[in-house]
Design a protein around this ligand. Sequence first.
Ligand code: AMP
Length: 114
Amino acid sequence: MTDCLFCKMVAGEIQPDVVYEDSEVLAFRDVNPQAPTHVLVIPKAHISTTNDLDADNAHIVGKLYLAAKQVAMDAGIAEPGYRMVMNCNPGAGQSVYHIHLHVLGGRPMTWPPG
Ligand code: AMP
């Protein structure tokens, strides 16, 4: 998608602060962190929202979580604990329409989220 911010990162047109990358997944620091560790884990393939997941692309969701686990371990937040969030559509606050798993940690998390 030429007009997608995260696709531009995958294509190398914009350089985020990358913390993990493999053939299908990219993870980088959120530009507006909401916790001491706040990383976004994205599929390299464009998927606009979780409503666009289907049997053909669902495998990537597991890859996102495996990458998130690695990010958490590397950041030293795996044992104390961390939160993973994926917002879908405006009602949940999604602002970038390329699915991304937020990985947040390094501070206590409250529940329910706002
Ligand atoms: P969401 O609101 O769930 O769609 O999350 C989008 C996230 O992308 C927000 O937390 C933003 O701070 C983050 N974001 C937007 N632009 C950039 C950027 N250029 N680099 C890193 N993170 C970004």
